[in-house]
Structure formats: structure tokens, C-alpha cells
Design a binder for this molecule. Structure first.
Ligand code: ATP
Ligand code: MG
Length: 333
């Protein structure tokens, strides 16, 4: 079956509710987000605003109990939420792979890097089930490919790395191995959730630059969550700004930085230390409120410096400002 589709990934009206002590918390509230083939998209927003929950919903990594997921997640035109577990696993973890912030938890501690990479590559080569023993010729081919992927992520001495266990490598090396593993799947989309934040800033910058270069060369789409607005500005084509489980604004990266419209986006950009001027500017007071006590209107209302009376009770609808630029705010439109 061939489907026509405009976007590689298209999240439509995604809602996620967690049953908590004291009630149902609507953590994602109608999130819309799309990534085109080969596009680099950033997601920004304060801690707790639902970035990781969104990505986990795509990857089917949310807990199965006490969670309700609504809306649709189209990948190449098929709604992942309607597929059974087996069909979904053919896509997520293979065509769509995720790189986490802490490489130690994503690598299996009891297998060498070589064993873990050869498993993935062998599976691709043989089209066989993982864990099956490959014929010798394919095993050798898988090992050679694994070494090439390690070289691509600029790890010196791939042979030594292949024979190492995760604990024998430094944090930066492990993060590179994770990228190599992601590439070995030959994905169409890589989702990176704050890659390298467990590392020092210099190593993190190198990792992000490397990842940017590798996806560019291979035409892989990248959906990247990061707190580093400098990185977003330099590497992404488009940005989504999330606040308290909603997308408040999205635009081409240049347009968003040049003309942020939502008061939250403005505050977020203002909170970046400026090279000129005196240290940190004001930013935004307070933090993301408890999801069990969200304001019924605009979720940003309690913190918004420009709130109107209607913001308290009327949720703003997304409005198109220009092609690609969308904002949800009563002050605009
Ligand atoms: N399994 C879960 N059960 C209940 N609540 C959860 C669960 N996972 C996440 N949450 C809640 O969902 C909200 C959003 O969390 P999420 O991890 O998506 O934030 P984030 O934007 O990724 O933040 P950060 O920048 O700190 O990584 C938080 O209030 C969190 O407590
Ligand atoms: Mg997160």
C-alpha cells in the first residue's frame, strides 16, 4: 500500500492525560507538530512543559497504565496510534529513532558496543529477526559497517570501541556511540531529547555539531529538544515553542528569533544571557503551574505580563500569521 503524505511526521491534536492522585492531569493539550522529510525542527520550552512526553508518545514509550492518549500521530501518512504493537515497532526504533540525554541508560551494559551495533546492522542486512545468529559472511559485513559508523561519529580506534563495554567509555564517547547506533538503523527521522546535556558544554557543542552535520549529509530529518537557544538558532529550520503542554508559537527559526509574537516566546528569548548588556535580563517570573490546576483559558494567563480579561476563561485558538508562522494568543489577530 502506498500512501501520499505531505509531512514525514504529523502530530495532530495530541492529548495525553495522566491519572494522578487527586485527578486527571491533561499534560498535553491538543499539540500539533509536523516535520517534513529532511527538515530540522527544534522544540523549546521550560522544564515540565511536555516536550519529552510528546516525543515519548511518538516513540510509544509512555507508561501503559493510567495514561490516555488522544489525537493522531501520522508517520508517512499512517496513524501510529491505530497500529498494533508489532506494526509500530517496525517504525519506531527503526525508521524513527530517539537519542536520549543520558547515554548510559540507553546502552545495554552487558553487551559490547560491537555486539549491540552488529545486532542492528545484521538485522538490516539479513532482514531477519533480531537475536538470530547471522551467517559468518554477514557477521563480518556487519562488523565492518559498525566500524564505519563509529568512524563517521569521529571516534578514533573503532576496533577498540567495538570490543568495549559501555562502562569502559567516557560520557562523550557513549553519546557518539548512541549517534552511531541511531545512524546504523538508517532512519528517516532522529528525535534527539537534549542530547549531551549530561556532558560538559564543550563536548556537548561538539556532539550537536556532529549530529547536525551527519543528518544533513544523509538527508535525515531531525526533531531536537534543547534548552540551548543558540543551538536552535544555528541548526534548525523551524521551531516550536511549548508552554504547559500546548504549542504557543511556531515559525521558521529566523522569523521566530527576529519577531517573536507570543509573550511567552518573548520572555523565553529574553531570558537568554546577552553578550552585551548586564547579565541576565528579566525573563519570565514563576514556573509552569501544576497540571491539576491549569487555568481554564490560556494556560500562560497566570504569568502573562500582557494578559487580557478574556485570557482567564477563553483558550486562544491557533492563528496563522504568515506561511509557517502560527501563534495562539488573544493579543494577536
Ligand atoms: N509517567 C508520568 N506520569 C505522570 N506524570 C508525568 C509522567 N511523565 C511526565 N509527567 C509529567 O508531565 C509533565 C511534562 O513532563 P516532560 O517530561 O514532558 O517535561 P519536559 O518539557 O521534557 O521538561 P524537561 O525540560 O525538564 O525535560 C510534567 O509535569 C511531568 O511531571
Ligand atoms: Mg524532557
Amino acid at each position: 500500500m502506498t500512501l501520499t503524505y505531505k509531512q514525514l511526521l504529523e502530530i495532530k491534536d495530541l492529548t495525553v492525560d495522566f491519572d494522578r492522585f487527586g485527578g486527571k492531569a491533561r499534560v498535553l493539550n491538543r499539540v500539533n507538530l509536523a516535520v517534513a522529510k529532511g527538515e530540522k525542527v527544534g522544540v523549546v520550552g521550560e522544564t515540565g512543559c511536555g516536550k519529552s512526553v510528546t516525543m515519548k508518545a511518538v516513540m510509544n514509550l509512555l507508561p501503559t497504565r493510567r495514561v490516555t492518549v488522544g489525537g493522531s500521530i501520522f508517520y508517512k501518512g499512517r496513524d501510529l496510534l491505530t497500529l498494533d504493537r508489532f506494526a509500530r515497532r517496525q517504525i519506531t526504533g527503526k525508521e524513527v529513532v530517539m537519542i536520549f540525554q543520558d547515554p548510559m541508560t540507553s546502552l545495554n551494559p552487558v553487551f559490547t558496543i560491537g555486539q549491540q551495533m552488529e545486532d542492528i546492522i545484521g538485522y538490516n542486512l539479513a532482514g531477519a529477526k533480531r537475536g538470530l545468529r547471522l551467517p559468518k559472511r554477514l557477521r563480518q559485513e556487519a562488523r565492518e559497517q559498525a566500524a564505519r559508523f563509529l568512524a563517521a561519529v569521529k571516534l578514533a580506534d573503532p576496533e577498540r570501541i567495538l570490543n568495549s563495554y559501555p562502562f569502559q567509555l567516557s560520557g562523550g564517547m557513549r553519546q557518539r556511540v548512541l549517534i552511531a547506533l541511531a545512524l546504523a538503523n538508517q532512519p528517516d527521522l532522529i528525535i534527539a531529547d537534549e542530547p549531551g546535556t549530561a556532558l560538559d558544554v564543550t563536548t556537548q557543542a561538539q556532539i550537536l555539531e556532529l549530529m547536525d552535520q551527519l543528518v544533513q549529509e544523509r538527508g535525515i530529518a531531525l526533531l531536537m529538544i534543547t534548552h540551548n537557544l543558540g543551538v536552535v538558532r544555528e541548526t534548525t529550520d523551524r521551531v516550536y515553542v511549548m508552554y504547559a503542554g500546548t504549542v504557543v508559537e511556531t515559525a521558521a527559526t529566523d522569523a521566530l528569533f527576529a519577531e517573536p509574537l507570543h509573550p511567552y516566546t518573548k520572555g523565553l528569548l529574553d531570558s537568554v544571557p546577552k553578550l552585551h548588556g548586564q547579565g541576565l535580563s528579566a525573563g519570565i517570573e514563576g514556573s509552569v503551574p501544576d497540571y491539576l490546576q491549569m487555568n481554564p483559558g490560556c494556560r500562560f494567563y497566570p504569568r502573562c505580563p500582557q494578559a487580557l480579561p478574556k485570557c482567564e476563561f477563553e483558550p486562544p485558538e491557533p492563528r496563522s500569521i504568515s506561511e509557517n508562522h502560527m501563534v495562539s494568543c488573544h493579543l494577536i489577530g
